[in-house]
Design a binder for this molecule. Structure first.
Ligand code: PRF
Ligand code: ZN
Length: 371
C-alpha cells in the first residue's frame, strides 16, 4: 500500500491533469511547490502561503539536518508541526545540496563525506542516513539519495554515476519503513536517451511511489534541457506522479507540463523576488528600473493578487531601493501567486482540452521573449 494515491483525470496531448492524495491532503496536478529550504518559505507565513494558492511545499534534508537537527524537529512533533504548515510537504534527500558544495565533499560507494557550510564540521550522508533524516522530519513525500552529475558529463562518467544512483536507490527503498510517507526514485542519465531509459527501468524494477527527473537545469543549454524532458517522459509510468526537480522559469514549466510532467519546485520565484525580479503575464519586470519611479499602475494588470490590487509599481520600486523588509515580502507574495496561478491556468486548460491554445497565448503575450 502506497502512502499516496495518484489519479490521472485527463490527458490533453501529453499534458496531464491529475490529483494526488497524501496524508496531509489532496493536491491538484500539475503543481508548483514553493521552496522552504530551512523550514520556511522565505518571507511568507503559512497563512500567506495558503492565500497565494500553495498546496504543497518543499523542504531540504541537508539544511534541516545541519540546523536545527532532525532529532530536534522530530522531538517537537515533526516538520509540519514545527513550521506550522499542515498541508503536504516533500523533502529533497540532500544529494543535490551536498554535490553543490564542490571542494567540501567526497563521493564514495558508501555515501558522501562533506563539510558543513555553516561551521566546517565533518559529516557522512549515506542513503540510509538520508532516509532516517527524512523519516524524522516526517514529510508526506521523501526522495531517494542520488548523485546528480554536473553538465557536461561524458557518457562513461554519467553511466557509472547512474549505476551508483540505482544502487543507492535500492538502499533507500530498503531503509524506508514509515508507511505514512511516499518514496520517490530519481532518474539520472544526463543528456543520453539510452541512459535515461535505463535509469527509469532500473528504478521501476525496485518500485517507487513516484519518479522524478533529476539532473536537468545543471548547466546544460535550455534547448538541451527541454529535449531531455521530452524524450524521457515516455519512459515514466503513466499511473504515477512525475516530478521534474529544480525547474524553472515560467516558460520551462509550460514546456514541462506540455511534455507530461506533474510536479515542480524552484527557488526562482522566491529568490528572484528578493532581488527585485518579478514575473508578470507580459514578461519579466526589474522593479528597480528608473522607468517605474512614478508609475502609478499595478505591477501586473492581469494579476489579482493582494500586491497588484493594492500597491503601485512606484511604491514597490521605492521599497526595493530603500532596502525595506516589505519589498521582499510583497515581491515574494506576487511571484508565488504568479507561479501558482500559472499552474492553475494550465490545469484549467488541460481540463477543458485547450492546452495547446493556452500555450500559444502564453507566448504571444510575453514581451521579454526570454526562455
Ligand atoms: N537531485 C536531487 N535534487 C535536485 C536535483 C537532482 O538531480 C536537481 C537538478 N535539477 C534539483 N534538485 N536530489
Ligand atoms: Zn500580483
Amino acid at each position: 500500500m502506497s502512502a499516496i494515491q495518484f489519479t490521472l483525470i485527463r490527458q490533453d496531448g501529453n499534458a496531464r491533469l491529475g490529483s494526488l492524495t497524501t496524508p496531509h491532503g489532496t493536491i491538484e496536478t500539475p503543481i508548483f511547490m514553493p521552496v522552504g529550504t530551512q523550514g520556511t518559505v522565505k518571507a511568507m507565513t503559512p497563512d500567506e502561503l495558503r492565500q497565494v494558492g500553495s498546496q504543497i511545499i518543499l523542504g531540504n534534508t541537508y539544511h534541516l539536518y545541519l540546523r536545527p537537527g532532525h532529532e530536534l524537529v522530530a522531538r517537537l512533533g515533526g516538520l509540519h508541526r514545527f513550521m506550522a504548515w499542515d498541508g503536504p510537504i516533500l523533502t529533497d534527500s540532500g544529494g543535490f545540496q551536498v554535490f553543490s558544495l564542490g571542494e567540501l565533499r567526497k563521493i564514495t560507494e558508501e555515501g558522501v563525506r562533506f563539510q558543513s557550510h555553516l561551521d566546517g564540521s565533518y559529516h557522512l550522508l549515506t542513503p540510509e542516513r538520508s532516509i532516517a533524516v527524512q523519516e524524522a522530519l516526517g514529510a508526506d513525500i521523501i526522495m531517494c539519495f542520488d548523485e546528480c552529475p554536473p553538465e557536461p558529463g561524458d557518457f562513461a562518467y554519467v553511466s557509472r554515476s547512474l549505476e551508483l544512483t540505482t544502487r543507492w536507490a535500492r538502499r533507500c527503498r530498503e531503509a524506508h519503513h514509515r508507511s505514512d510517507q511516499a518514496l520517490f526514485g530519481i532518474v539520472q542519465g544526463g543528456l543520453f536517451p539510452e541512459l535515461r531509459e535505463r535509469s527509469v527501468q532500473e528504478l521501476r524494477e525496485i518500485g517507487f511511489d513516484g519518479y522524478a527527473l533529476g539532473g536537468v537545469s545543471v548547466g546544460e543549454e535550455k534547448a538541451r534541457m527541454r529535449e531531455v524532458m521530452a524524450f524521457s517522459a515516455p519512459f515514466f509510468p503513466q499511473d504515477q506522479p512525475r516530478y521534474v526537480m529544480g525547474i524553472g522559469t515560467p516558460e520551462d514549466l509550460v514546456e514541462a507540463v506540455a511534455a507530461g510532467y506533474d510536479m515542480f519546485d524552484c527557488v526562482m520565484p522566491t529568490r528572484n523576488a528578493r532581488n527585485g525580479m518579478l514575473f508578470t503575464s507580459f514578461g519579466r519586470v526589474s522593479i528597480k528600473r528608473g522607468e517605474y519611479a512614478a508609475d502609478e499602475g499595478p505591477l501586473d494588470p492581469e494579476c489579482d493578487c493582494y500586491v497588484c490590487r493594492t500597491f503601485s509599481r512606484a511604491y514597490l520600486r521605492h521599497l526595493y531601493r530603500a532596502g525595506e523588509i516589505l519589498a521582499s515580502r510583497l515581491n515574494t507574495w506576487h511571484n508565488l501567486h504568479y507561479y501558482l496561478n500559472l499552474m492553475s491556468q494550465m490545469r484549467q486548460a488541460i481540463g477543458d482540452g485547450r492546452f495547446a491554445e493556452f500555450r500559444r497565448e502564453f507566448y504571444a503575450k510575453r514581451q521579454d521573449a526570454k526562455g
